[in-house]
Design a protein around this ligand. Sequence first.
Ligand SMILES: *Cc1c(COP(=O)(O)O)cnc(C)c1O
Length: 349
Amino acid sequence: MSKFLNKRFEFLEPYVPGEQPVDMEYIKLNTNESPYEPSPEVLSAVNESEMLKLRLYPDPDCGTLRRALANHYGVLKENIFVSNGSDDILNFVFMAFCDCGAVFPDITYGFYKVFAALNGVAFETIPLKDDFSIDPADYYNAGKTVVIANPNAPTGRALTRDEVETIINHNSGNIVLIDEAYVDFGAESAVELTKKYDNLIVVMTYSKSRSMAGARLGFSIASAAITRDLDIIRFSTNPYNINRLTLVAGVAALESVDYYRNCCRCISETRRITVDALRALDFEVIPSKANFVFAAHKTIDGGRIYKELKRRGILVRHFESERISRYNRITVGKPVQMDALCQALRDII
Ligand SMILES: *Cc1c(COP(=O)(O)O)cnc(C)c1O
């Protein structure tokens, strides 16, 4: 740290992303990317004529994309906020709506506590139940901004829409943020509830189910007033934070409904087969509604499994935090990748 760094960042511990190795080719099951390419519509939208326009700034209003998203989700353009990945939106929410503090589960997306620290937000964590599920009642009348990933990461467990609704209507004086990064893999979305509740923000991303982690595109659906607030923050930091190629790719992806539905169906089916295979190898597997599974072997330590898999060219995600150190989070890839995973696990065991 240089002597010039602002004191408020002295103890900031940055988020540690999953490894993105360049030394060799791994079977990469560690950052929940899609194993499938972007749709044909996306590939043809990002063409030479769009590249020639790169000399021009992108549309700061992102009007075409916001209208297309509004149309897709049955809301109005005024309800759609878009930004450079959903992490960007989460940061803005901690910046904009958390003077009251924030609350989230003890085991959840690791970025929440980093954004809280970055923005000087006091936060409380509530332990998941023993089976890693969330008890909605734990979040009633929180008196703080409630942040819940649904499905949760890294557990993969999901709340029903009705459970989410009880959290929202027991917090009418505070914002409830539902992070739906993984919702397309089998959970119930809370988007409809944004029409009924003015304290709800649903955050989604193109990174997982739409195979565009590298394009950096996220969006939120909320009341027009909340959406305007978020745009004030975006226009006060970087109004051009979504590049032209990502804007056209984002619109084109919405034309590929069947393609992406089929990708999600393949991933759900591969997940089901993987869960069975892992259980047959003596793993405890948490029931998942996401594109990953969270699994602990009955006798072999999680860190050991992570290392042995890496030695065999397979990357999964291991978290050191005590409560989950027996587990690994394993992205659901293509069937051949999961076969290789199971073969390597058999070898290790
Ligand atoms: C992957 C992920 C995100 C971040 O997505 P980006 O749009 O790529 O920034 C947000 N929340 C959760 C829970 C995630 O797992």
